[in-house]
Design a binder for this molecule. Structure first.
Ligand SMILES: O=C[C@H](O)COP(=O)(O)O
Length: 244
């Protein structure tokens, strides 16, 4: 896709005052940039950001969603319907930190994808290999297995994010050749599954910073970025958005 999408994933960071400053700075981005920019705050701040972003082209995103679609006795959970009610457009599904710390597997993720579909949310399915898997030559096998959850996903709206686990928060960005290879493979897989890969953005994530964003965005097949740490600094995130 030609128009890039950049999502800032704040992870478990933020306080009301700091959030307001960050959003005020992002609202000052040129309109052409704001169209393809999303912010994923912790669930606790979705209401604050929803109000702050209302009427702007900046997209409200969620970092996670409950696998349970209906209201009910699921203490601590936030449903897709609630996210939609708050104005959320994109939801991260299967981020490597959810897979690592919360044991999320394809069974759980299939439910989350379906919950997103039912509420009209666009899931951002995150895939990526660990360093051990890459060194064992298993990167593509792992990614294909993670993508296989899409075989049961009936929704049309979809974004995929390739995030090599070894590049997340480490400062070690994947080489452009590695990024291009995996993005092309993901698109090929999507096509083989009968999905129009031209309509599905594939983002890169993992140590995207102001000084490497332009090179990453120029890699064929890269349709945007999922940015973690660098999205917490307004000026850095703005530089990344401008590079897109
Ligand atoms: O969701 C974002 C990714 O985990 C990348 O994080 P990072 O930019 O801090 O490496």
């Amino acid at each position: 896709m030609s128009e890039k999408l950049v999502i800032g994933n704040w992870k478990m960071n933020g306080r009301t005052g700091r959030n307001a400053d960050l959003i005020a700075a992002l609202k000052a981005l040129p309109a052409v940039c704001r169209d393809g920019v999303g912010v994923a705050p912790p669930a606790a701040y979705l209401g604050q950001l929803g109000a702050a972003l209302a009427g702007t082209p900046l997209a409200l995103c969620a970092q996670d969603v409950s696998r349970f679609a209906g209201d009910g006795a699921y203490t601590g959970e936030v449903s897709a319907a609630m996210l939609a009610d708050l104005g959320v457009r994109y939801v991260l599904v299967g981020h490597s930190e959810r897979r690592q710390y919360f044991g999320e597997d394809n069974t759980v993720l299939a439910d989350k994808l379906e919950a997103c579909r039912q509420s009209g949310l666009t899931p951002v399915l995150c895939v990526g290999e660990t360093l051990a898997e890459r060194e064992a030559g298993a990167a593509l096998t792992v990614i294909r297995s993670q993508l296989s959850v899409l075989e049961a996903y009936a929704g049309r709206a979809l974004v995929v994010a390739y995030e090599p686990v070894w590049a997340i928060g480490t400062g070690k960005v994947a080489e452009t050749g590695q990024i291009e290879e995996i993005h092309q493979e993901i698109k090929k897989w999507l096509l083989q599954c009968g999905r129009g890969a031209d309509n599905i953005r594939v983002l890169y994530g993992g140590s995207v910073k102001a000084d490497n964003a332009e090179a990453i965005f120029s890699v064929p097949g890269v349709d945007g970025a999922l940015v973690g740490g660098a999205s917490l600094d307004a000026e850095t995130f703005k530089s990344i958005c401008n590079a897109a």
